[in-house]
Write a protein of this length. Structure first.
Length: 106
C-alpha cells in the first residue's frame, strides 16, 4: 500500500494537471489507514493482527470492570440498611474510589 501511495505522489508531482484528481485519493487513503491503525502502530506486516489482539484485551478488561461494578453495587445494597452504604454521600464516595482505581494510569 505504501508503494502505491509513493507512486501516486510521484505521479502528482510529475503531472501538475493530475493533482486535483490525485490529491483527494491520497488524503482519503490516509484517513482510511489512520482509522484502521487506531493505535498508531508501525506500518509493517502484521499490525492488523496486533490491533485485534489489543482490542480483545481491552474488551476483556471492560467486561471485567463491568463485573466488578456489579459486585460493588451488590455490596452497596447488601450493607445499605446496616451501614448506610446506599446513602448518597457514601455511595458517591465508594464509586469515586472505584473509578479512581480503575482509571489509574500505569
Amino acid at each position: 500500500m505504501q508503494n502505491l501511495r509513493s507512486k501516486l505522489i510521484r505521479l502528482a508531482h510529475a503531472n501538475p494537471s493530475l493533482r486535483a484528481d490525485l490529491l483527494p485519493l491520497l488524503a482519503k487513503g490516509q484517513r482510511k489507514q489512520a482509522a484502521a491503525n487506531k493505535y498508531d502502530l508501525y506500518d509493517v506486516q502484521g499490525w492488523e493482527k496486533v490491533t485485534s489482539e489489543i482490542d480483545a484485551v481491552i474488551a476483556k478488561a471492560a467486561k471485567d470492570v463491568e463485573k466488578h461494578i456489579e459486585d460493588l453495587d451488590k455490596l452497596i445494597e447488601k450493607y445499605a440498611n446496616k451501614y448506610g452504604t446506599a446513602d448518597p454521600e457514601s455511595s458517591k464516595a465508594i464509586r469515586k474510589k472505584f473509578n479512581l482505581a480503575v482509571s489509574k494510569p500505569y
